[in-house]
Design a protein around this ligand. Structure first.
Ligand code: KE4
Length: 437
């Protein structure tokens, strides 16, 4: 761990918190972050040469595992022809055609450089298309760091204790209304309070930035009905769920139509890419066709497109990948539940598809309030114990475990034996049995 420690000392002198994204600083778990030197398949190696089974997967993009040959070779080929031109290239067309083919209800795509940019631009389009200014988001959902989304945000905004960031003008924040995830009444009330003023409802179809909390039956369908009734647009933030829950993402997985969809992560194959998508009627309101402006020097970058195109092509041509990854996640989640029962600690294991998250609470977690009751000290102890045993997890409770096509059954078995020993150390069943008498 010495090299990570030394790098972190140097990093903190020139990078805020020693990192370029807050969650990486390990503040929620109180440890020195591991500096990662390389990755391959389901594994990463830190600067001291320690190997870990990786369940962060770069926060979701590496669904095929790290260093997949089809992606690496595509990047090498593209880079050999030049890194960036600031002009249209054929790969941008091919990846957009492939996305339109794979994802229901979209006719056009605009590439940007991150999930934040995708959401920010989609929100501007929703406001421009409807002429309305207010937006509904859900407390604990995270949609990147654009001003209007940093209101009661999840992920490391929440973990770091600033779900509503400093620096966001009150004039901006006032137009961001917050509802409660899985509570349709809280959405209905906002529409009743602000009739005709709400441009869109933005939702993570699976809330994966408060830990993992899936939609209750009827929740997403209810949002669709409310938006239709109120003339608002439904924006699915599929930066995590896109091309992960299914080839067509959450719209396919849950069978609910969105008007706009934001993507990131997987569509970049590990390179910086985001995209927002919708019908032709909506998307042709974006410059240069229409009045909604958005632009980007590196948008559609040929090397990034090559990585994303290779990954999407593989997913489109190997749809069995989804069943395999979900089956591994089932094995992991059910194994963790068995161990929680046998060791007597109160932990909930939530899972949707290849997304898994433990919550250290005895009660079911299907709302943000439920997630907030998780014992963060226990999570930190669990994280530390798993890291010592060579399992690399999100260094914060309000994140997800991501599985990839590279994780094997033996990786899951190794992970479960680590879980068993950490859960036992966390709250030995002897204590539980003593307490029961
Ligand atoms: P980026 O700007 O980080 O590419 O995407 C923002 C974003 C938008 N929407 C959802 C649903 C997201 O999960 C994210 C980013 N996810 C976090 C992990 N919770 C990225 C990791 C980080 O912030 O360092």
């Amino acid at each position: 761990m010495e090299r990570s420690f030394a790098w972190f000392e140097r990093a903190r002198r020139v990078l805020p918190g020693g990192v370029n994204s807050p969650v990486r600083a390990y503040r929620a778990v109180g440890l020195t972050p591991r500096f990662i030197a390389k990755a391959d398949g389901a594994y990463i190696w830190d600067a001291d040469g320690r190997k870990y089974i990786d369940y962060v997967c770069s926060w979701g993009p590496m669904i095929l595992g790290h260093n997949h040959p089809v992606i690496r070779e595509a990047v090498e080929r593209a880079a050999a022809d030049g890194l960036s031109f600031g002009a249209p290239t054929w790969r941008e067309v091919e990846i957009a055609e492939r996305m339109v083919r794979m994802v229901p209800n979209i006719e056009m795509v605009r590439m940007v450089n991150s999930g934040t940019e995708a959401v920010m631009s989609a929100l501007r389009l929703a406001r421009g298309a409807t002429g309305r200014e207010k937006i509904i988001k859900f407390e604990g959902c995270y949609h990147g760091h654009s001003d209007c989304m940093l209101v009661k945000a999840g992920s490391s905004a929440m973990a770091g204790g600033c779900p509503s960031s400093a620096g966001v003008p009150s004039g901006t924040a006032k137009d961001t209304l917050t509802a409660r995830y899985n509570d349709l009444d809280s959405v209905r009330e906002l529409f009743e309070e602000f009739p005709g003023e709400i441009a869109c409802v933005i939702v993570e179809p699976v809330a994966a930035n408060m830990g993992v909390v899936g939609p209750q039956p009827g929740f997403l369908e209810g949002l669709r009905t409310l938006c239709d009734k109120e003339g608002a647009l439904l924006l699915f933030d599929e930066v995590i769920t896109g091309f992960r829950l299914a080839r067509g993402g959450a719209q396919e997985y849950f069978g609910v139509r969105a008007d706009l969809v934001a993507f990131g992560k997987i569509i970049g194959g590990g390179m910086p890419v985001g995209a927002y998508c919708g019908s032709r009627a909506l998307m042709e309101q974006v410059a240069p066709c229409g009045p909604v402006y958005q632009a980007g020097t590196l948008a559609g970058n040929p090397v990034a497109m090559a990585a994303g195109l290779a990954q999407l092509q593989y997913l489109e041509e190997h749809p069995d990948v989804y069943a395999v990854i979900s089956a591994r996640a089932d094995k992991l989640a059910s194994g963790m539940r068995q161990m929680a029962d046998s060791t007597g600690i109160g932990v909930q294991i939530n899972q949707v598809g290849s997304l898994v998250a433990p919550f250290f609470t005895p009660d079911r977690v299907d709302t943000f309030e439920g997630a907030s009751r998780s014992d963060l000290t226990k999570y930190a102890a669990y994280f530390s114990g798993m890291l010592e045993r060579g399992i690399y997890l999100a260094p914060a409770q309000f994140e997800a475990m991501f599985l990839s096509a590279a994780h094997t059954d033996s990786d899951v078995e190794e992970t479960l034996s680590a879980v068993q020993s950490v859960f036992s150390a966390l709250y030995p069943s002897e204590i539980q049995s003593l307490q029961n008498h």
